[in-house]
Design a protein around this ligand. Structure first.
Ligand SMILES: Nc1ncnc2c1ncn2[C@@H]1O[C@H](COP(=O)(O)OP(=O)(O)O)[C@@H](O)[C@H]1O
Ligand SMILES: CC(=O)OP(=O)(O)O
Ligand SMILES: [Mg+2]
Length: 400
């Protein structure tokens, strides 16, 4: 039995899950929030109970140290050398990583070079990797890329209609994201439908704080809504999703902000649901405000649903048919209202959901379509961490 740690490092957070492999048993999981700020929050689950501490954690290295110390303190491991490998979510792998990869100095350098293609994500992902490699230099560390699953997109889907040299000279194209999640839920959907993935046409909706929609044909990603960076596609918690590029110089002129500020700060961090409502990026808050009569909150929800529907419509055309729609991630797993509103527009395609199966369903795997629906509709909680642990075993050459 091997102990494998799966890590999802964000700019100010570090999510971790420790697995016993190959059983995929979760030994513990936890979260470090507000890294680099005052009053960071460290949470670890011990025998199913959450233990939380508030203290200042200055960087990812300190977060990793504390995580290992706490696991020892609570008897989850005896020694940091009990760990057999770590696996790390990396959002952007560009053209370089069609599969996961064992981290070497060279791979670290490549991840660093890709920061400009996922500015909010790759830097923090790399900080997580570096902190673990420093602490545990003698075990394998594996990078699992969000983009790998999308490496099967045809050129006609991933190319933008720019001069072709922008692609060949600068690598400007669609790369997509959340691939580990789209892969997991599409495979799981085939299992639940008891049919081979090779014969299924599935649209997977990963809608959380970041959100993307993918067309999966025969088990392979053939198109996805995120683009060159995770800014594109549907409306998100704080990101615009698709927008006419001509808005950028126009907004620069009007606001006096630089292109960098407009794209990195305004479009990535102050737009989407937060930008439209001026209230919150969290759909729960916005659903509550809309309920209480806040019109902009209602508008934001309408835009949110509209964009998801448009991608489902596009991808039905791309797939030339549809066997299943899958909902996953924070909103997809939990918001029955959003699922119902999205599905309401597809009755003419033979998509029928059963309110008695949908209403109140949160965080559980279930079919929510009616018996007669031509298309299955499935809610599947995503398991990015399990996928990361599996790839850590495989690409870290760890014997079970
Ligand atoms: N019960 C719920 N109803 C509506 N939205 C929810 C609910 N629970 C969680 N969410 C949404 O899920 C989002 C977080 O999704 P998650 O997939 O965890 O995000 P990420 O991994 O991108 O940080 C929250 O911002 C919130 O909007
Ligand atoms: C790529 C991306 O949007 O990731 P997250 O949903 O974790 O922000
Ligand atoms: Mg996520």
């Amino acid at each position: 039995m091997k102990k494998i740690m799966a890590i999802n490092a964000g700019s100010s957070s570090l999510k971790f899950q420790l697995f016993e492999m190959p059983e995929e048993k979760v030994l513990t999981k936890g979260l470090v929030e507000r890294i680099g700020m005052k009053d960071s929050i460290f949470t670890i689950s011990v025998n199913g109970e959450k233990v939380t501490q508030t203290l200042d954690i200055k960087d990812h290295e300190q977060a990793v140290n504390m995580m290992l110390d706490e696991m020892k303190k609570h008897g989850i491991i005896n020694d940091i050398n009990d760990l057999d490998g770590t696996g790390h979510r990396v959002v952007q792998g560009g053209d370089l990583f069609p599969t996961s990869a064992l981290v070497t100095d060279e791979v670290e350098k490549q991840i660093e070079e890709l920061i400009e293609l996922a500015p909010l994500h790759n830097g923090p992902n790399l900080m997580g990797i570096q902190a673990f490699r420093k602490m545990l230099p003698n075990i394998p560390h594996v990078a699992v890329f969000d983009t790998s699953f999308h490496s099967t997109m045809p050129e006609s889907a991933f190319l933008y209609s720019t001069p072709y040299e922008y692609y060949t000279d600068y690598g400007i194209r669609k790369y997509g994201a959340h691939g580990t999640s789209h892969k997991y839920v599409s495979q799981r959907a085939a299992e639940l439908m008891e049919r081979p993935a090779e014969e299924l046409k599935i649209i997977t909706c990963h809608i959380g704080n970041g959100a993307s929609i993918t067309a999966v044909d025969g088990g392979k990603s053939v198109d996805t809504s995120m683009g060159f960076t995770p800014l594109a596609g549907v409306t998100m918690g704080t990101r615009t999703g698709d927008i006419d590029a001509a808005v950028i110089p126009f907004a620069m002129e009007k606001t006096g902000k630089s292109a960098e500020e407009i794209v990195m700060n305004v479009f990535n961090k102050q737009s989407g649901i937060l930008g439209i409502t001026g209230l919150s990026s969290d759909l729960r808050d916005v659903e509550e405000a809309a309920e209480a009569g806040n019109e902009r909150a209602q508008l934001a929800l309408d835009i949110y649903v509209d964009r998801i529907q448009k991608y489902i419509g596009q991808y039905t055309a791309v797939l030339k048919g549809l066997d299943a729609i899958v909902f996953t991630a924070g909103v997809g797993e939990n918001s029955d209202v959003t699922r119902a509103q999205v599905l309401d527009n597809f009755k003419y395609l033979g998509v029928e959901y059963d309110p008695s199966l949908n209403d109140g369903l949160r965080g559980k795997e279930a079919f929510i379509n009616t018996e007669d629906s031509k298309v299955k509709v499935i809610v599947i909680p995503t398991e990015e961490e399990v996928m990361i642990a599996r790839d850590t075993m495989e690409f870290g050459n760890i014997e079970a």
